[in-house]
Write a protein that binds this ligand. Structure first.
Ligand code: ATP
Ligand code: MG
Length: 566
């Protein structure tokens, strides 16, 4: 491609409102332009990258036995009402009506539609398993679209759905897809980890998230330095030990803690480490009130609490909720507060210990509260958020926490959608059963962000070879004077030879200064830059620079195209 003809305008300065490197660089390199909040146009250079990611995904899905198809983006809302997910998705879903007031939505995902189609086509155990995928735009009206392509409202996703006679069969495909995902992210040159994940709106039990490791990632990943345990912090566990409490020697003592509703203030006032305080967190539990107990130096993992009380639902108290519950004194709640239906505690609270905790009275705490004597616990569950250094639940070694970008997720769904949408098959004895399903997503446009986050420097993007818009960036330094024609001619010839050899070339044939051309080459980030100037032409060589390492060498002009052939 001749740069003089390319639809591309690079930006020298950082665009306003782009907070992370990948967003800034993708805008500056003319890959994308924002059309509305979280909605982007893919310009020709960016389009080539997006297509390459999609092609890698396509190849690995095909190799794993999945079959490509395309589903409509506009979906009847009625299908979502049938599965109950119209409510679950709430404002995250874009909804619209046709001229006859029939309701539709823009696909945020496609379990309902694909399951309905499969239900209409397949009836027998002989037809299964089947694994279907599409690469298509998805729509989610995210509360906070941000970081460019990372959290967009329109984004490209590969979504696959598999249908099986039983869980054993599902597990085989799940493993195949897991392996295919690992190959996809390896080919995209991402440093990634597969971690135990949260299931979110999708539902289902076993699932893994593929996380590209990145400082700007929105997810915390807990991982073990010794074994292969790794989990999203939302579902991460620590090795916990259950004790009997006790240590009730000293008497319960009320202390005056005026205007100190916070753990830190009380700990300072009493000269006690925060870990010696007992935190009592109030929450609504269906129609009652619950208290979650944990040591004062620990944070509650809300997802863990929700899981622990399921199928009951838990919602933490907000300031307004205290007025209706006089037994719970905000900032001074004790574990023995009145009107509480459930006291649930983390096993850390079971250690023999004399706690400082709320006295259920404004401006007062108590010392020496002992489990078993002064308060009791009805249920035990892992509730604390894991912190670095906590023991691994598998091997006990210290856990680490890093940030990651979720680039893909695989789920074992079970029969939820098959039951809702009537996807049944008949077994050998003519009995009907719901199909067992898996679903598998990859954020194709989000991968582009993750790749740029990992592969850039202060000058610009440094695309990994597999995703680079072009293999080679050929810069002609035509200068002024009589050599101009010669250099242009030699560069044109090299461009033609490279193209004929199957090397894709971005050829900077513009009438611009070397400084401008080099700055653009660094910003756009093709893996190899070739520079041809008057001296090189005279000596019959072209300069080669590796964008990633900065290493320079020279190639003889004769045979350069052959040497660079992929
Ligand atoms: P998140 O937790 O980041 O909101 P999710 O778990 O809701 O994502 P899935 O339903 O698992 O997303 O979608 C499959 C994949 O689509 C995700 O792994 C992610 O890579 C991508 N994806 C999801 N939401 C977005 C978005 N708003 N913008 C870009 N990519 C997204
Ligand atoms: Mg997900």
């Amino acid at each position: 491609m001749r740069m003089s003809r390319l639809f591309l305008r690079t930006l020298r300065d950082d665009p306003a409102g782009a907070d992370i490197a990948s967003h800034r660089l993708l805008l500056r390199a003319g890959c994308i332009r924002q059309v509305a909040s979280g909605m982007y146009a893919w310009l020709p250079v960016g389009q080539r990258v997006l297509a390459k990611v999609a092609q890698i995904v396509r190849e690995e899905m095909d190799a794993a036995g999945a079959q490509e198809m395309t589903l409509p983006i506009t979906q009847p809302l009625e299908l979502w009402e049938r599965s109950g997910r119209n409510d679950d998705y709430g404002p995250l879903m874009f909804r619209l009506e046709d001229r006859k007031q029939v309701k539709f939505c823009l696909s945020p995902t496609a379990e309902e539609v694909i399951t309905t189609i499969v239900a209409g086509e397949l009836k027998s155990y002989r037809d299964l398993p089947v694994n279907l995928y599409q690469i298509n735009w998805k729509y989610r009206d995210e509360l906070r679209p941000r970081f460019g392509l990372l959290r967009a409202r329109e984004f490209l996703m590969k979504d696959a759905y598999s249908f099986h006679v039983d869980v054993d069969d599902l597990r085989r495909t799940y493993q195949d897809m897991f392996d295919a995902y690992s190959r996809v992210f390896t080919r995209c040159a991402l440093t990634f980890r597969a971690v135990e994940g949260e299931s979110g709106e999708i539902g289902g039990d076993i699932n893994h998230e593929f996380m590209a490791m990145a400082e700007i990632g929105e997810d915390d990943i807990v991982w073990c330095q010794k074994c292969d345990y790794a989990a999203n912090a939302e579902v991460a566990r620590r090795k916990s030990e259950q004790h009997d409490g006790g240590s009730a020697d000293a008497e319960l003592e009320k202390v005056h803690t005026p205007g100190m509703p916070g753990i830190m203030a009380v700990a300072q006032h009493l000269g006690t480490p925060e870990g010696e305080l007992l935190k009592c967190i109030a929450f609504h539990l269906d129609d009652g009130v619950g208290l979650a107990l944990l040591p004062g130096d620990r944070e509650l993992n809300e997802a863990a609490l929700r899981k622990a009380v399921a199928p009951r639902t838990a919602r933490l108290f907000e300031d307004d909720d205290f007025a209706a519950h006089p037994g719970l004194v905000k900032g001074y709640i004790g574990p023995d507060a009145t009107g509480v239906a459930l006291v649930i505690a983390d096993p850390l609270v079971s250690a023999p210990h004399a706690w400082v905790t709320g006295a259920n009275e404004k401006d007062h705490h108590v010392r020496n509260a002992a489990l078993g004597r002064d308060f009791s616990v009805a249920e035990w569950a892992d509730l604390v958020a894991v912190v670095p250094g906590d023991p691994c639940p598998s091997c006990g070694s210290p856990l680490s926490i890093d940030r990651g970008i979720e680039v893909g997720q695989v789920f074992q769904l079970g029969t939820k959608y098959a039951e809702a949408m009537g996807a049944l098959y008949t077994d050998e004895d003519s009995e009907q059963h719901p199909m067992v399903m898996g679903c598998y997503g990859i954020g194709i446009s989000r991968i582009v962000t993750a790749v740029v986050e990992e592969h850039h420097d202060e000058l610009g993007i440094a695309w990994p070879s597999a995703l680079a818009p072009y293999d080679v960036h050929l810069v002609a330094i035509t200068g002024k004077g009589k050599a101009t024609g010669e250099v242009s001619e030699a560069a044109d010839k090299l461009y033609d030879e490279l193209t004929a050899a199957g090397v894709s070339v971005l050829y900077d044939d513009r009438d611009a200064s070397p400084g401008v051309k080099f700055a653009d080459a660094d910003l756009l980030g093709m893996p190899t830059r070739l520079t041809l100037g008057a001296k090189g032409v005279a000596r019959g060589v072209v300069e080669r620079r590796n964008r990633k390492t900065g290493a320079d060498d020279e190639l003889p002009l004769d045979g350069a195209a052959e040497a660079l052939r992929g």
